[in-house]
Design a protein around this ligand. Structure first.
Ligand code: FPP
Length: 265
């Protein structure tokens, strides 16, 4: 009986598109992505690293559209880490230029798709031109409601947590908070991501099995999905595959499998 059911599932999924295999009722509300492999992709083509980043933008566009169409509420992409400031100046300048170019070009698409842009990270450290362009796009898309696209820029989780701790310490010092009342909710509310639910799924491309200082507090219960695909080759179908994989997992949050089954019976 079980065998027949599995045979049916396999038969059905073979004839269904990846998108059709997704259960829209059980989507992760927030998906985070570490877009990795741009440099290696460019090297494979015998090109400069920036060529990889330029093609990475096409992957961002397709994934963002695919995620919004599905009904994902928040998509957070790691566009530039605090550690990326250590890259050669030429690459940093090219990435910043690409960012300005992309934001300017993509703002009408974000409007068309009803997508709001937001950022996390130490955006004060960005060049003024990048900051000004970001602000323009953030303001323009502020009332869009279908999905929020969050760019992690000059972001690192340890920086974010350190900053949050400083803010909490100040409040304790001023008497606004009693240390006894410091709890998980209070800490979450001091993070850059306070407005959104925690990511339930984290995707990393390029076969690297690391978290790289990304959303460390927020991914406490996230499912991790790693793919060998290099970021410039990533498309919405790859995103669908990650969602399907996510939906096949049992999320126990510390409970037993039996407890979960009786809760859903
Ligand atoms: C990691 O690949 C990628 C980055 C550090 C930058 C990501 C930027 C983009 C995809 C383009 C701009 C994005 C937006 C949202 C407009 P890597 O350079 O570390 O690759 P490697 O590990 O192969 O060297």
């Amino acid at each position: 009986m079980v065998e027949n059911a599995n045979a049916f599932t396999t038969f059905a999924s073979r004839n269904m598109s990846l998108k059709e295999q997704i259960d829209i009722q059980r989507l992760p509300r927030h998906v985070a992505i570490i877009m990795d492999g741009n440099g290696r992709w460019a090297k494979q083509q015998g090109k400069m690293r920036i060529f990889g980043h330029q093609n990475g933008v096409l992957a961002v566009r397709d994934t963002v559209e695919g995620a919004a169409e599905l009904g994902i509420e928040v998509l957070t992409v790691y566009a530039f880490s605090t550690e990326n400031w250590n890259r050669p100046k030429l690459e940093i300048d090219a990435l910043m230029h690409l960012l300005v170019q992309t934001i300017t070009k993509e703002t009408p698409k974000l409007m068309e798709n009803n997508i709001r842009l937001a950022t996390i990270g130490n955006t004060d450290s960005l060049p003024p031109k990048v900051a000004a362009n970001l602000k323009k796009c953030i303001d323009k898309t502020a009332n869009n409601t279908r999905m929020t696209l969050v760019l992690a820029l000059s972001y690192s989780s340890r920086w974010e947590i350190t900053t949050a701790m400083q803010k909490i310490a100040e409040k304790v010092k001023s008497g606004e908070i009693d240390p006894k009342n410091i709890n998980e909710e209070l800490i979450s509310n001091q993070l850059n991501t306070a407005a959104w639910p925690d990511p339930e799924l984290l995707i990393r491309t390029s076969g690297e099995l690391r978290i790289s200082n990304y959303l460390l507090w927020q991914i406490a219960y996230a499912e991790l999905y790693f793919t060998e695909k290099l970021w410039p080759d990533f498309r919405r179908e790859d995103f669908y595959k990650a969602i399907i994989d996510f939906q096949q997992r049992e999320r126990r949050f510390g409970k037993t499998s039996e407890q979960l089954k009786s809760e859903h019976a």
